[in-house]
Design a protein around this ligand. Sequence first.
Ligand code: OSB
Ligand code: MG
Length: 369
Amino acid sequence: MKLTGVELRRIALPLVSPFRTSFGTQTSRDILLLRVCTPDGEGWGECVALTDPTYSPEYVDGAQHVIRTHLLPRVFAMQDVTAAGIAPALAAVKGHQMAKAVIESAVLDAELRQLGDSFGHHLGAVRDFVDSGVSVGIMGSVAELLDDVGSYLDQGYLRIKLKIEPGWDIEPVRAVRERFGDDLLLQVDANTAYTLRDATHLARLDPFGLLLIEQPLPEHDVRGHAELAKRIKTPVCLDESIESAQDAAEAIALGACAIVNIKPGRVGGYLEARRVHDICAANDIPVWCGGMLETGIGRAANVALAALPNFTLPGDTSASDRYYREDITEPFVLEKGRLRVPTGPGIGVTPNLDAIEAATTSVETVQAT
Ligand code: OSB
Ligand code: MG
């Protein structure tokens, strides 16, 4: 393919309710959308970088800067632009996985739309529907938490993930377990809020039969996770620590994780995400699809990825209305606790240009030189 230009569009979308994690509270999303234009059509991608560099070092203004200044010139210099060629062409730039991922995703969308092929088929999906879990933020009180969890279960969500931090861990987990019973699929996510010195405290979660504890320790403390895994019964799952398939291989070899949360943005794109999936599968490590509060554009591709065979646990692939009053594509809706995998060309959903225009805060166009 030949790229004629790329549009970097920022949209602001309020969340239906504040989402509090151990690293901060999100009340709205400031999202960078990328539209790549070719003589034969376009492709869309959603950058998952948040406003502040508090989940990972990337942040949306920084992502837009590195895309404009360092990444797109390398893409425009490619003889033939293909999704598979993007990562090699950008390899000289260190890090910036979320910025690289959105370029590869938009190019893959354009490429597959031209071929009439879907993300799911291209990536190797084996399911028509994926099980949906929901990530529940830290609340002001256990009573509020029980209300929220109850309403998500009424909607049909098949798994609950509770965000935890020191001071909001054992009691909320105990309360949810007691109220909703032992059959509820329940897990927790600490977003790096603990240290290995908290091992004895975290072992107090053992009696609650959690599916997993996600990223209890800082992202670079892979050995700490291996040590923690020996001291607690809850299986350890990594999110922030895994930025590539190689990271996954090393964490698994060290015994630092029994399960991996795969977020395509965090690992540099859907093609690397598939490699993480494959390495985990080869090591009998189950995976599930994480989320970054995506709109329908990012969600469509995530749902396609989550249909691969080793995604055996429900993901943070929730319905559109868990995040936004109005999505910018046709909304994803729960069907018996599951989301349908799009089958149309590319990401398989249509960006709603009126809704996007209404949410737009800035537009920058970068032309091929
Ligand atoms: O750690 O998984 C996380 C949201 C933003 C940043 C990090 C995380 C999350 C979530 C929500 O847990 C996932 C979602 O529903 O999109
Ligand atoms: Mg997480």
